[in-house]
Design a protein around this ligand. Structure first.
Ligand code: SF4
Length: 372
């Protein structure tokens, strides 16, 4: 395609997205394949304009508490896979978790993201999930903030217990929607079971976050399929993170991808999900990587972690945490430098309540929603 034809096509596709029309798979692949500085600038500009239309100049801030690094699974890309002897394994007590959550709330985050591996401790028959549900209740009442829980695949009953305890969000990443690739990434796990868990979470009126990894062997068509699956699922938050090779994992020798790929996916996500939440995760490149992701259309800063509490990140288990860089104080000057600002806790709560009310309404009217 020559320059003139490409520019004309790009203008058409961006105008279509700006008008709220659904983009076709070939159009998504076309956007993901852009490479010139001028084309990319136009893509990112449109993404920022759409973000501003729905969220003004305000971003949301998420506190992250990775409270158990134990896991029964062996995902090929993960540092905390059960067969890896290198990670420091820990399981924080409820008191330690609440302390971290309160410290994050006091620092100004808008949500507490409680994350753990598929830790057998919280899955044993008896009161495994119940203790997780009680923890959600404690964190919610002590912080007064919405809570996201990322516990891996759960039963319908387990999801109901978490929803009853006050969870607002269920995060569970497929990482790819190519079944063959899934099989090589999430070893010995069921694609369908994982996907079903998210559908069942929506039935419990929870908001859901779906996510993919960039740079794990996926094609542009796979990414377009993932974005389509996210639309079908009705995900309220969609995330992409660049793969980071982990010592001791079976993908330790894989290269980390050029970050431009992640930035293009963020921008295309904004075009497809203009009024949804899209994270700029500090877990890949620390605060240094925040600006580029925000410029691409992200509107949530995730993986803010309180220092000096012995908590880890996921993709970058220690980057910038103990130095206190991954904090509200560390991120605010970056937002200010971009003429952006943090929303208030009330504004975030209002967004969550509005979306949860809309999920409940869809259930009560029996309408499962066009996006699902
Ligand atoms: S990605 Fe999650 S489920 Fe997979 S090994 Fe790591 S912690 Fe466990």
């Amino acid at each position: 395609m020559n320059d003139g034809t490409r520019t004309q096509k790009l203008e058409q596709v961006l105008a279509k997205a700006a008008d709220g029309e659904r983009l076709s798979k070939p159009e998504i692949i076309f956007l993901l394949g852009l490479s010139t500085e001028r084309d990319l600038a136009a893509l990112f500009r449109t993404a920022r304009e759409l973000r501003a239309r729905h969220f003004s100049n305000k971003l949301f801030l998420y506190g992250f508490v990775y409270f158990s690094t134990w896991c029964r699974n062996d995902c090929a890309f993960c540092y905390y896979r059960k067969s890896n002897d290198l990670p420091h394994r820990y399981r924080k007590t409820d008191e330690e978790i609440v302390e971290a959550a309160v410290s994050l709330a006091e620092s100004g985050v808008h949500l507490i993201d409680l994350t753990l591996g598929e830790d057998p401790f919280y899955r044993h028959r008896g009161n495994g999930i119940q203790s997780l549900a009680e923890l959600v209740g404690k964190v919610k009442s002590q912080t007064g903030l919405p809570v996201m829980i990322s516990p891996g695949v759960l039963s319908k009953r387990g999801l109901a217990q978490l929803a009853e305890a006050g969870a607002d969000w269920y995060a569970c990443y497929q990482e790819t929607h190519n079944r063959q690739l899934f099989k090589s990434l999430r070893l010995n796990q069921s694609y369908d079971r994982r996907y079903l868990s998210k559908k069942q979470a929506v039935e419990q009126h929870l908001l859901i976050e779906e996510g993919i990894l960039a740079g794990v062997g996926e094609s542009l068509a796979d990414i377009a399929d993932s974005l389509n699956s996210m639309q079908e699922l009705g995900a309220h938050q969609v995330r992409v993170m660049s793969f980071v090779p982990q010592a001791g994992s079976s993908m330790s020798a894989w290269p980390t991808p050029d970050r431009l790929k992640e930035l293009k996916i963020i921008a295309v996500m904004r075009l497809l999900f203009p009024n949804r939440l899209i994270p700029a995760s500090l877990d890949v490149d620390g605060v240094e990587g925040a600006q580029a992701r925000i410029n691409a259309g992200a509107n949530v800063i995730t993986s803010l972690i309180p220092p000096q509490l012995g908590l880890a990140g996921v993709a970058q288990s220690s980057k910038g945490i103990e130095e206190g860089h991954r904090t509200v104080r560390g991120i605010l000057p970056i937002l200010e430098g971009m003429n952006l600002t943090a929303a208030t806790a009330e504004e975030y709560k209002a967004w969550v309540e509005k979306e949860r009310a809309s999920v409940s309404l869809m259930h009560s009217t029996g309408e499962l929603g066009g996006a699902r």
